[in-house]
Design a protein around this ligand. Structure first.
Ligand SMILES: [Zn+2]
Length: 267
């Protein structure tokens, strides 16, 4: 009896139908989702809200609408996987805008530097997800959004990647998936993409930015394998029409992993 109580899932927090409609109407990643899937996503969000604790910083009040927006973006990743994939941690911390944590970083010469880089989001192994709400809202803003940019999907993809330890672009794969196929698809795409980013950066002045903007996914993906997976996940849900033709093998592996085919949902 005691263990049953301990293991019982936290109570779901009901989401008002009007609030759900308002919070979910504007997001690209919901394009083409059937009414039945919308309902399943809402139910998943209700469980997510029951399991996670939200806190704002710098006086930010995380309103019910903000919670639902964040939940919807986080839960699209696990719509076919289950909320259990987000077990093992509790807190979602929301900054009003980008934040600048002080970090000590050691360079190749072994010298430790104190850095302060502006960040839109962060995901900690076994710890919180941290988000800048300005960036969260950007992905839902039809006029201001940058194609493929979604900080919530990005950070929660890191969380899935961390299900088997430090993020490395290699989340736990499902039975029937082939780890060698995953590795082959992702390393080939990463090598190709990194070369394209480097070629773009070598161009003079404005042409460099134009070439970077024309890439099928965010150039930040060239950072490392873990960032490539997180950025590819953003593109998979936000702009599958760009990712699928550019890197079909990566798209196919992500479709197996997320058990969804967002490109096929598009009209
Ligand atoms: Zn990242």
């Amino acid at each position: 009896m005691r263990s049953w109580f301990r293991r019982r899932a936290p109570a779901a927090v009901p989401i008002d139908a009007a609030l759900w409609r308002a919070a979910s109407a504007k997001w690209l990643f919901l394009r083409g989702l059937s009414a039945a899937d919308h309902e399943r996503l809402r139910a998943l969000c209700e469980r997510f809200l029951g399991a996670k604790r939200f806190a704002g910083t710098h006086g930010l009040e995380v309103t019910p609408a903000m919670r639902v927006e964040i939940a919807a973006q986080a839960c699209i990743l696990v719509l076919e996987l289950g909320i259990e994939w987000y077990e093992g941690w509790t807190d979602v911390i929301v900054y009003p805008s980008q934040f600048m944590p002080e970090r000590e970083e050691m360079d190749e010469a072994g010298v430790v530097h104190l850095t302060r880089d502006p960040m839109a989001g962060e995901a900690w192994l076994g710890g919180p997800v941290i988000l800048s709400y300005e960036d969260v809202a950007l992905s839902g803003d039809a006029k201001a959004r940058i194609a493929g940019y979604n900080v919530v999907i990005h950070e929660f993809a890191h969380k899935l990647d961390m299900r088997n330890g430090d993020p490395n672009g290699f989340p736990p794969l499902h039975r029937g998936m082939d780890a060698r196929e995953w590795k082959r698809a992702f390393s080939a795409a990463f090598t190709d993409f990194t070369a394209r980013v480097e070629a773009a950066e070598r161009l003079p002045g404005k042409r460099a930015q134009a070439a970077l903007d024309a890439l099928p996914i965010d150039p930040y993906a060239a950072e490392n394998a873990s960032e490539f997976f997180a950025v590819a996940s953003e593109a998979f849900f936000e702009t599958p029409e760009l990712l699928a033709p550019a890197y079909p093998d990566v798209y196919a592996q992500l479709a197996l992993f997320y058990r969804q085919d967002p490109a096929a949902r598009l009209p």
